[in-house]
Design a protein around this ligand. Structure first.
Ligand code: TXA
Ligand code: MG
Length: 330
């Protein structure tokens, strides 16, 4: 049985000792649960790839407690400092050039000359990183290609005994992975949309920041996580549903009063286990926080597919639609 302990001083101390010994810990963050290892310990980082079944070419995010720790292994331009100042701690990951001969394992960067860095805002995550005294490599704590975990139970279901200890701190507040921004070129652009949008970045920098979400199919994409089929339930996902096929489960956004099923019945009469409401009032943040847990709940072999209602493509809705498109692409 995987150990799941409520996050507190005592469980953090145990997690620190596991991480120091090269083990793996399920770590809560404000975005999704991470699978943590000492980012300077190549063997421990290799265990992450094994536990997730993650392709070796897909690099990991390094989590730190403050800017000084980040500056020890990554190069920040003036512009990068401005972005970090504004959005850290928080759901934003910066891709920066690695400092040569830094203490990080090469495997963290999957051999690239760059590194992904983030200061999370989750207090427990920060307390853990601080107590460790070394940076923490942490991808989402799920099997590669499946849904990211937003509760401790999701981590246990997905990774089982491959994780030595899970620190439990309830459901993640944001519920979607961080925005990934490539800062290594002439101007920054968003590789993975999240709560911090390209518009937010443009406003701070006073110049247009675009998206490069990649239509990539393998190793040639800029961010390997852009692989098209990525956040995938095991049954089909159908987007922008305005009515339902028989046997489909419904992931709703806003009201469903006027939605019909093709057999002539009303969606509002579906049994509870066939409907989940991302947000009844059309709140995009609530929808983001619910997305992965609700997709999991509807991902049952007895359902023909998950039909998802249209989500407005603005603000964090861009990130929700990005994950949904990947889930639907099979
Ligand atoms: O919210 C999050 O970001 C969560 C929590 C645990 O922090 N972590 C997370 O990690 O989502 P992961 O490994 O599932 O996604 C990291 C993404 C991947 O798409 C990866 O390809 C990209 O960041 N990435 C990491 N290092 C990179 C690099 N050096 N260059 C380009 N992309 C990179
Ligand atoms: Mg992931």
């Amino acid at each position: 049985m995987t150990k799941i302990y409520t996050l507190n001083e005592k469980s953090i101390a145990e997690a620190v000792s596991i991480l120091k010994d090269g083990g793996l810990v399920g770590m809560p963050t404000e975005t999704v649960y991470g699978l943590a290892a000492n980012a300077c310990d190549g063997v421990a980082v290799a265990k992450i790839f094994a536990a997730k079944g993650r392709p070796q070419f897909n690099p990991l995010i390094v989590h730190v407690n403050d800017m000084d720790e980040a500056r020890a292994f990554a190069e920040f331009s003036t512009q990068d400092e401005i972005i970090a100042q504004k959005f850290w701690p928080g759901a934003l990951t910066l891709i920066l050039n690695r400092k040569e001969d830094c203490a990080l394992s090469d495997l963290v960067s999957a051999g690239l000359p760059t590194v992904a860095v983030r200061i999370p805002s989750h207090k427990g995550a920060r307390a853990l990183i601080k107590a460790c005294g070394f940076p923490i490599a942490a991808p989402s704590a799920n099997k590669s290609g499946s849904l990211s975990p937003t509760t401790p139970a999701h981590v246990a279901q997905s990774l089982g005994d491959a994780v030595d200890l899970i620190l439990a701190d309830g459901a993640c507040a944001v519920g979607l992975e961080s925005t990934v921004v490539d800062c290594t070129g002439d101007r920054p652009y968003v590789l993975r949309p999240g709560g911090v949008t390209a518009e937010d970045l443009s406003e701070i920098l006073g110049e247009e920041v675009g998206y490069d979400l990649g239509e990539g199919k393998g190793q040639d994409v800029k961010s390997p996580g852009q692989l098209l089929k990525h956040y995938a339930p095991s049954i089909p996902v159908r987007l922008n549903a305005i009515d339902l096929e028989e046997g489909e489960a419904l992931l709703s956004f806003g009201g469903i009063k006027f939605m019909g099923v093709k057999d002539g019945s009303a969606a509002s009469n579906l049994p509870d286990d066939m409907v989940k409401h991302l947000s009844k009032h059309g709140d995009l943040y609530e929808a983001a926080a619910n997305l992965f847990a609700m997709m999991r709940a509807l991902d049952k072999p007895e359902h023909k597919a998950i039909a998802v209602m249209n989500i407005p493509d603005k603000g964090i809705g861009v990130a929700i639609n990005d994950r949904l498109k990947r889930a639907a692409n099979s």
